[in-house]
Design a protein around this ligand. Sequence first.
Ligand code: ADP
Ligand code: TPW
Ligand code: MG
Length: 576
Amino acid sequence: MTPNEMAAAETQNLTDGFHLIIDALKMNGINTIYGVPGIPITDLGRMAQAEGMRVLSFRHEQHAGYAASIAGYLTKKPGVCLTVSAPGFLNGLTALANATTNCFPMILISGSSEREIVDLQQGDYEEMDQLAIAKPLCKAAYRILHAQDIGIGVARAIRAAVSGRPGGVYLDLPAALLGQVMDEIEGQKSLVKVIDPAPKMLPAPEAVNRALDVLKGAKRPLIILGKGAAYAQEDETVKAFVEKSGVPYLPMSMAKGLLPDTHPQSAGAARSLVLKEADVVVMIGARLNWLLSHGKGKSWGEPHSKKFIQIDIEAMEMDSNVEIAAPLVGDIGSCLSAMLAGMGDNWSKPPQDWTDTITSKKETNLEKMAGRLMSNANPMDYHGALGAMREVIKDNPDVILVNEGANTLDFARSIIDIYKPRHRIDVGTWGIMGIGQGASIAAAVETGQNVLAIEGDSAFGFSGMEIETICRYNLPVCVVVFNNNGIYRGTDVNENGDGDVAPTVFVKNARYDLMMQAFGGEGVTATNPDELSQAVRAAIASRKPTLVNAVIDEGAGTESGRIGNLNPQSVVSKKK
Ligand code: ADP
Ligand code: TPW
Ligand code: MG
């Protein structure tokens, strides 16, 4: 403050940038900050805590960022990640880009160094043009230079994050802004409460009729539910549409549980069959990206053998990979309500031979798997260990499952049934490793539920240090490390004999459970399904931070889990 401002402060009530930011967030119902402190935002975190916000400090910004993005996914309010300038900002940026890719609403708020010095590149402390760097990696990026603009700046960030297709927003706060003062009453007046931040978007009636016509003509219809449908929190409407239509559905991984995986219309256990044979596919909040082989190719059967109906809030998503016969642009609740209204009372269900074929395929496949899930092999294989975890979730359907790894991910996705919406969080659109602890922390903080995180030993390592954060906030998180001594498997050998281990291999028989004990949590090693099951059930009952080191046969996994086909092949050396 200048001497003049100091003098004025004695006669007038003042506020400053710090408090205006906190007030602006709180006014908009944002009460939690995930971050890492340091110059220039240390006091911002302290003051936010003093003002009643929950401020969760992490050990690395990337994980605070993943936590913020998952908070956004679970609550439909942007999750906030707060970081310092340049390196802290960059550490958070991966999470911001990941949030944007996954359509999760989050705001990365980073302090930044002195504008005048940064722009002249005169070598300021942590100098970086953060706004320019963030821009191509997020949905929107803003910088606030004046205290009186904080209200509108925060409002823009919130609306950009949650309206239309949700995504990541960057908000740049130069250090000088935080200390700027203004009259307290003027300051309060400058704040903006965002009215209807994610307005409904109604589909055009003719688009609804077109979609109904296409669906009516279907002999072998299929619904695909994506995580956009789970995000929308229109659970009852989704259920009503699926059940009234009678159409079998496939959940994408994070849409599992939107309807319970045990629902009779779930075609999850007959995935290959329905993708190949369906003649009309209704996409609901799911994209035809690599996870669905772009809607074409061998897994989709005869070329041009299907018509697509696609429901999405983002018009540009239509025809991204294949022709969409009936694009339905709008929010999921409005689109499905309009479809339901148009279906009337006499909608005829799909032909029985189609649903019977699916049911019998499901039964065969589930039977085939059932035996393997009982496997008591020691060391455990994936089926034995996950068979035990499947029973734990069945008995505790409120537990939120977090899942990452390669084999650990792919097997868990198909083996563990989920019973409730938004109860499975995983590696998402990028197949990113490292979301484990950040997602677990956010899920526990935002919902109060127990969290079970099933992570490959490699996957765990990306955010392993955050188990200290889990212990510090005493969160009901049970991390199970599927320890197979490496990435995909622990058996690779270095063929040049220089003494190094192969690039995919870790220290053998590592004791991840001891890491948890270092921070006061429970740490247990499990070598068979019974021990594993017991340890996880105890963790759920006690709600104590727990890490179970689950010893998995190091030879049990396959290269890249189920997506080994994406690896380029060398003609010189073929992978065995
Ligand atoms: P998945 O990986 O489960 O297939 P994606 O992330 O690929 O899911 O797709 C989610 C889609 O949902 C995105 O295209 C996004 O635009 C859309 N979406 C998100 N929220 C809504 C909503 N409220 N209404 C309609 N579409 C939505
Ligand atoms: C940020 C590449 C995909 S899966 C994986 C890596 C490193 C680890 C697989 O081993 P894990 O599981 O977790 O032990 P398992 O059961 O098969 O042994 N960096 C990032 N993201 C990705 N996806 C990778 C690397 C990868
Ligand atoms: Mg592994």
